[in-house]
Design a protein around this ligand. Sequence first.
Ligand code: G4P
Length: 548
Amino acid sequence: MFIAYKAGFRVFFCPMTELIDQIHKRLTFAIISHPDAGKTTITEKLLLFGGAIHIAGAVKSGKTARTAVSDFMKMEQERGISISTSVMGFEYKGRKINLLDTPGHADFSEDTYRGLSAVDSSLIVIDSVKGVEERTRQLCVVCRMRSTPVATFVNKLDREGKDPMELLDEIERELAVEVRPVTWPVGQGRQFRGVYNLVENKLYLFRPGEDQLPTDIIAISGVEDPKLDEAVGPSLAKKLREDVAMIVGVYPPFDHDEYIAGKATPVFFGSALNNFGVRELLENMVALAPYPTPKQADERVVAPEEQKFTGFVFKIHANMNPRHRDRIAFLRIVSGKFERNTLYYHVRTGKTFRASNPTAFMSQDREIIDEAWPGDIIGLHDTGTFKIGDTLTEGEFVNFKGIPSFAPQIFRLIMNADPLKEKQFHKGLNQLAEEGVVQIFSKLHQPNARVLGVVGQLQLEVLQSRLVEEYNASCKYEPIDLSIAHWITSDDPKILKEFVDTNTRRVLVDIRGNFVYVSDSEWSVNRIMQQNPKIRFYTTSEMVDKRA
Ligand code: G4P
């Protein structure tokens, strides 16, 4: 390997083929869905296939095993929900898979949106009983905005659910993406016998409680093959023949380009709890899902094949392990090769940063790594250096897009509840705000007052409980008459200053130093917008970040 020195940075040139090989090994995707559709169960099964965890028997009683895998916070354990996005890595058939399990609950959507900026594709999980639900719809809007390829797993086929044809219609209509069934269920609920792979012409037979390995697989020469009747009985065989005839007539065959463009989604059926259809799903993800993709920065598009390393922080998590009160910045590598102990350029501060103990996330373990490649997500030990959205490079000034804050809908004044714990309160509040648990704003006319902004009520509870658990501090909230926030900017700094000066009571400052105009009604903000045509109002921070 040839090492060059440039402007104080050690620049590595690795052979192009090594970089390309590593890129082609990577597969980084998020699992998204409405709560309870089965994301965590699927994640667990995928980890099982990847050898990242070893659980004997089907994980039926979920929570104990699940919490060990991806729900690590106390409140998550108590409530049985995922609050923060977990990253898990494992290898399968020569591919290094980085998997993000995102919180399904709407109150934590910011964490999920940021997680989606760090992946190259998504897997949507749909509950066959409930069909397409609200959160899935919202998350798919974000995927569509970014043209992220999505695969779909229809789960819980062991239960009496909606008709699969109806589900396909619903997915197409509600998620505005064309569907391409790859597998098709044979029966449902108590009648569920397996899935028929429409591409391979193979029948995968279901046995309830199946643990690691699927099922009998019967290769048939098409649905007319009499082996089908023997395997599933004449009535289900007849129904399958009718279904397949209909599918072939209605849906064009799966086209990889359409999937990569985010226009069509391959659909798989199964039952995660019974570990049925998950291996087939994984095999297909490995074969179909995209390699690490180029990412849009404010300045230009950065391709993974570029020799020089770039990456961005999409998540910060304090106290992941209560025994080491540490803070971890999650960095997605966009291009080039990342090397341990190398000086990199921290774009926002203009300073250098050296990672002496970068970690990979393999299941719940963190192991120190010496190098990482595009698509990888690594943990950087953070002593307060990073904020969400920060970029590291080998010297170039680039800022990646797509890691915005979203306008809060719930506001509170937050105060320290224990005067003896003032220091702990401020430390905790600042760290948790930098982590993105809540947004903190200061008032221009009362710089010591802190206004808290959240998207969902549960975030308030999370803040309160984490302040107690992790910082030994407590807080109280007071209502405040605000409900609508917009980040503001103007092409003319003088006009912006005048606006801020005349509206000091209505302008807050976020942790990046950006101005936010707050209001109590849609009507009054519309009026202000009309009166100030040279001020631009945004519902996310993305367009105004000064990255100061
Ligand atoms: P989430 O992460 O998307 O919120 O869903 P999670 O995996 O926690 O699954 C939600 C519930 O659905 C769990 O039951 C889980 O066992 C169940 N489930 C997941 N996949 C299947 C499936 O294929 N078939 C059936 N019948 N159920 C499935 P729970 O009662 O809420 O929790 P637990 O007591 O089982 O842990």
